[in-house]
Design a protein around this ligand. Structure first.
Ligand code: HEC
Length: 126
């Protein structure tokens, strides 16, 4: 099922706006609560950087691309694109996927929380 999702992301890369709802896999309502853990550092509003960068439009976007945010060298040099798969790995354990990242967050332990928070982000401009 994960492979299917990755394939869909590949096909729909150019159509990111359309792909988002079709990919919704987690529960955005439940994800809202999970996103409370991110809110201290992140907003989903365009251009609103806090301790962490704005997460507006982050899905489908290469890492470290928000204007005006000072990223770590680690994230800038990561070469990652935030599709569902990389985001799942990052949120499970940021420092495992991007050693040296400045995101001071241990990670989400439950796979459901990760899927739900990604669904919430997608449904809210992320
Ligand atoms: C303590 C503050 C903090 C918390 C909590 C936090 N983050 Fe972050 N986040 C950051 C910082 C700082 C960066 C930039 C990291 C770097 O430059 O290495 C970042 C980067 C990111 C990125 C990459 C953005 C980009 O433009 O490449 C994503 C996606 C992300 N965070 C999602 C989340 C989510 C989802 C949560 C909640 C589950 C969360 N973060 C919790 C501080 C935080």
């Amino acid at each position: 099922m994960k492979n299917g999702i990755v394939k869909v992301i590949g096909i729909a890369a150019a159509l990111a706006a359309f792909s988002a709802p079709a990919l919704a896999d987690g529960d955005a309502d439940k994800g809202k609560k999970v996103f409370n853990k991110c809110k201290a550092c992140h907003a989903l509003d365009e251009g609103k950087n806090k301790v962490g960068p704005s997460l507006f439009g982050v899905l489908g976007q290469p890492a470290a691309k928000v204007q005006g945010f000072k990223y770590s060298k680690a994230l800038k040099g990561s070469g990652l694109t935030w599709d569902e798969d990389t985001l799942e790995k990052f949120l499970a354990k940021p420092k495992a996927l991007v050693p040296g990242t400045r995101m001071a967050f241990a990670g989400l332990k439950k796979e459901d929380d990760i899927e739900n928070v990604i669904a919430y982000m997608k449904a809210n401009g992320g």
